[in-house]
Design a protein around this ligand. Structure first.
Ligand SMILES: NC(=O)c1ccc[n+]([C@@H]2O[C@H](COP(=O)([O-])OP(=O)(O)OC[C@H]3O[C@@H](n4cnc5c(N)ncnc54)[C@H](O)[C@@H]3O)[C@@H](O)[C@H]2O)c1
Ligand SMILES: O=C(O)C(=O)C[C@@H](O)[C@H](O)[C@H](O)COP(=O)(O)O
Length: 545
């Protein structure tokens, strides 16, 4: 069922003659338990003769008319997998029908086979009227040159099958079909998609588009294997790639690191049409976004988050920035990415403690906006706490994690879409961060962000309870849920005076007035301006244990 309520194919496969559309389409439909239709076979059935016979009797224009009519009808009533004939997408009426289908949430998958292999396969099969007359290879190549740019443009999913068996290609297609997509429709900025799934990284070239020549690929050493994959995809797509390795974690979010990258971009001739790709945790995506926002006053960037926290939070929303001596994230800009590719396979190398840290921001989204997130966290706390990246992919937990990522990104998207520059609504995403950022600073950034936010949420809950917004049960629920996930709920590493001074430097503060986000119930965050000083201190005492 589509967004408009009509039955629509789950996916439409297009590609050159010999690309394997039918073979791969059948495999995928078996894997997913869906019906499969091949447009050419349907046409033969309908006209009662083979396609070569129809071509020779009535000519290509008549065939294209029959074909586009059948495609239009099938797009409106079939709910399985649908493979089109090689030349079908060249007909303007079919292009319009496919554009409508995509606008209605459809997936048009361009199966990009190795030209040489596809050409040989097409010739081997015979019965291809478009290859008749003269040298078949030369005709295939001529058609490829005409069709490839059109197919690339009209498809919204591109799957390269070079070097893949039909089963491997089918798995790639299936990953794309099962992908979750959250659209971020930002007021006063370009909209973009967050793609969550096992093949998300394969969208890299599609999101970057054909304008950039050079790509600055920014990453850290622990995610080298994922950035190697990104680099290979970028080079295959024809970009010049500058590989930029930055210090790991918060050590990468500094002005010195940013300056080093600006120098490289200058020396390597990066222009306004070039782009940045950040591959890594939230520290990398914050820094990559900051570099993109500032180089020549703003170039295109794509985030490829590899930690749970970066997938659910840091990579989306356009907060970019660095830390300085005076505090966390105090310098930066609001600058939205062209796309976010959360490739679940990168989680396979994520250490357990860094996964758990990410659950802090997931829980935050549950507390402020989506109680279903809290239910899922409760139901799966033990498995989530025991997270092991090596066994995640293909396990039942993968679906749970994907669901949590999608739901959390949706919460983020709702807030940043309406209030990119954090004039009010977006501040709710900062639940737990007022104390959280102070803890990070006082711990010299050795405490993980999500852990600090977890303690910060318990603090905010204590404050809310002291001031009568919520009752004790909800404070206790904060502690028990977070602890069940392996997150910290107390902190003893600094004095109240130091914490207070840092909370006054929080970006939500105004003048000398402290401002917090607190709950007056699950899913109901409110602003708390200038709370009584004794409550601010008493809440701090309560999180010290
Ligand atoms: N911009 C925003 O809206 C926003 C939101 C939330 C957090 N943040 C920022 O994000 C940062 C925290 O992000 P984080 O928790 O991802 O920390 P991080 O970027 O420091 O990554 C944590 C560690 O995990 C490693 N890592 C990441 N992915 C890996 C993988 N797949 N395999 C192996 N190792 C991997 C990193 O190299 C690093 O050592 C903070 O700086 C925080 O301020 C920003
Ligand atoms: O996107 C937002 O807005 C958030 O507040 C999300 C937070 O979870 C995130 O940690 C963000 O980096 C905090 O921003 P800051 O403005 O408090 O530095």
């Amino acid at each position: 069922m589509s967004d408009s309520g009509a039955s629509r194919p789950v996916a439409v496969i297009i590609g050159m003659m010999g690309a394997g559309k039918t073979r791969v389409g059948r495999e995928v439909s078996q894997m997913l338990g869906l019906p499969f239709r091949d447009a050419d076979l349907e046409i033969e059935r309908e006209v009662g003769m083979s396609i070569p016979d129809y071509f020779s009797r009535y000519g290509e224009p008549a065939f294209r008319e029959v074909e586009s009519d059948l495609i239009r009808r099938t797009l409106e009533e079939f709910d399985g997998l649908f493979a089109l004939g090689g030349g079908a997408p060249m007909t303007p009426a079919t292009q319009d029908a496919l554009a409508d289908y995509i606008a209605d949430g459809g997936r048009v998958i361009y199966l990009q086979a190795d030209p040489k292999e596809a050409m040989e396969r097409a010739n081997r099969g015979g019965g291809r009227p478009m290859l008749n007359g003269g040298d078949a290879n030369e005709r295939w190549m001529r058609l490829y040159k005409q069709r490839d740019p059109v197919f690339t443009r009209i498809a919204n999913i591109h799957v390269r099958t070079h070097g893949s068996t039909p089963q491997m290609a089918a798995r790639k297609v299936m990953n794309m079909i099962e992908e979750r997509v959250v659209h971020v429709d930002v007021v006063a900025a370009d909209d973009y998609n967050v793609r969550i799934g096992e093949g998300a990284l394969n969208h890299l070239a599609g999101v970057l588009g054909d304008k950039p020549t050079r790509i600055a690929l920014i990453h850290t050493q622990p995610v080298q294997r994922h950035s190697d994959r990104a680099r290979a995809l970028l080079r295959q797509a024809g970009y010049e790639v500058s590989d930029i390795v930055i210090p790991d974690a918060e050590a990468g979010k500094t002005i010195t690191v940013a300056n080093g990258i600006w120098e490289r971009l200058g020396n390597e001739g990066f222009t306004r049409s070039d782009a940045v790709v950040g591959v890594g945790g939230g520290a990398v995506t914050d820094l990559a976004g900051f570099v993109a926002a500032t180089w020549m006053r703003g170039i295109r960037y794509v985030n490829c988050p590899t930690s749970l926290l970066a997938m659910v939070d840091a990579s989306t929303g356009g907060k970019t920035g660095i830390n300085t001596k005076v505090g966390k994230n105090l310098v930066g800009s609001f600058y939205t990415p062209a796309g976010v590719l959360a490739d679940m396979t990168t989680l396979a190398s994520l250490p357990n403690d860094i996964f758990i840290e990410g659950l802090g921001e997931v829980a935050k989204s549950g507390f402020i906006s989506d109680p279903e997130i809290l239910r899922i966290l409760e139901d799966h706390a033990a498995e989530l706490r025991a997270f092991d990246g090596a066994t995640l992919i293909g396990s039942p937990l993968e679906d749970v994690v994907a669901e949590l990522i999608e739901r959390t990104v949706k919460v983020k998207a709702r807030h940043v879409s309406a209030d990119l520059k954090e004039a009010g609504l977006r501040e709710f995403l900062n639940y737990g961060h007022t104390l959280g950022h102070a803890i990070e600073k006082l711990e010299h950034f050795r405490w993980r962000h999500g852990n600090a936010v977890a303690v910060g949420m318990v603090y905010a809950a204590e404050l809310a309870s002291l001031l009568g917004y919520i009752d004790r049960d909800l404070v206790d629920y904060h502690r028990s849920l977070l602890a069940s996930l392996g997150l910290p709920t107390s902190w003893n590493g600094g004095s109240f005076e130091d914490v207070l001074a840092l909370m006054h430097r929080d970006k939500k503060a105004r003048g000398n007035t402290l401002r917090f986000v607190v709950l007056d119930g699950i899913g109901h965050p409110v602003h708390l301006d200038d709370p009584p000083a004794d409550a601010v201190e008493e809440a701090f005492r309560r999180i010290q244990q």
